[in-house]
Design a protein around this ligand. Structure first.
Ligand code: NCD
Length: 323
């Protein structure tokens, strides 16, 4: 299969994927539609396509990751690319090399696409300014995590058939969650109603300016909600205590069997993971019929294949235009 065979009819034109805030509704739809096409072509991501043959994709992870890193690696390999993995803790960063110098060194080995996770908001944007490779943001501090937002939205669209008109609740640590921000930008552009809910200390004061509704009482909004995305409390990004105890958090904002029985019959329960059983949700919910948590992981592979393909297609077209 060649890039020209891809059924991309909508707009793209981006060199990097840094966030969902700057993408249009049509660009978001282009990615979701391509992920659907790749699902059919690869039997849910299990079969290889050779779209990225000859390209090198580097994973530059300066923060821990299980699913995002594995998923990006596998997506790149399923598309025929070579991959290199870089882990900050075992690198020359510990010998004093700067972030940019480290990235330039990796790029000089013939890398075409860089996937970057960093605890500092804006780090992938900085790389995009200094590298000639395509840069994909795999999570920058509390800012954005675009492929997670896309895979959450893709999972909702696959299960409920649409995004427009749905009511989606993002529950938990909205203040420190990059997943919340990417979901908000993507869902609002695609026409969903978004409610953010959590302890008042974990909801930024001006968040409603983005176009979301704010709720502090999970039980009050629950009957109206079509999908709930349970966001982990980001203890590693917090300075100080934002609520009295985990037990109190779980009783007010955790998803449990009692709440499921009061919700819509076909409520969709999402969680980006890692999940903390007994905090954001009980095992009964995590493993129950409303949960689509493992579907999210499978869909993540397809979304990342779609994003890599679109960026590689753009890069190849630009290079052909230049030469
Ligand atoms: C999220 C992240 O790293 O932002 N995890 C992920 O990528 N699936 C959410 C989290 O860590 O809670």
């Amino acid at each position: 299969m060649q890039f020209n065979d891809l059924p991309v009819t909508g707009p793209w034109g981006e060199r990097h994927l840094l966030g969902l805030e700057t993408l249009s509704r049509d660009q978001l739809t282009t990615i979701l539609d391509l992920a659907d096409y790749l699902r059919e072509q690869t039997e849910n991501g299990t079969r290889r396509l050779e779209l990225l043959r000859g390209l090198v994709v580097a994973n530059l992870f300066f923060e821990n990751s299980t699913r995002t890193r594995t998923s990006f690696s596998l997506a790149a390999r399923r598309l025929g690319a070579d991959t290199v993995d870089f882990t900050a803790s075992s690198s020359s960063l510990s010998k004093g090399e700067t972030f940019i110098d480290t990235a330039r060194t990796i790029e000089a080995m013939g890398v075409d696409m860089v996937i970057c996770r960093h605890r500092t908001p804006g780090a992938p944007h900085l790389l995009a300014e200094h590298l000639t490779s395509c840069v994909l943001n795999a999570g920058d501090g509390t800012h954005e995590h675009p492929t997670q937002g896309l895979l959450d939205i893709f999972t909702i669209r696959r299960h409920l058939g649409r995004i427009e008109g749905l009511t989606v609740a993002l529950v938990g640590d909205i203040r420190h969650s990059r997943v919340a921000r990417s979901n908000i930008h993507g869902l609002l552009k695609l026409g969903a109603r978004v409610i953010v809910c959590g302890p008042s200390t974990l909801i930024p004061a001006n968040i409603s300016r983005l176009g979301v509704e704010v709720a502090w009482d999970f039980d009050a909004i629950l009957p109206e909600v079509d999908c709930v995305n349970l966001l982990r409390v980001q203890f590693e990004r917090q300075r100080g205590a934002f609520f009295p105890s985990i037990a109190e958090y779980a009783s007010l904002f955790g998803m449990n069997g009692k709440r499921i029985r009061r919700a819509k019959k076909d409520l969709l329960v999402l969680a980006p993971g890692p999940i903390n059983r007994g905090v954001e949700l009980t095992p009964e919910v995590a493993d129950g019929p409303h949960s689509v948590i493992l579907d999210q992981v499978t869909n993540g592979l397809l979304i990342r294949m779609a994003c890599l393909s679109l960026l590689a297609r753009e890069r190849t077209a630009t290079q052909a235009g230049i030469s």
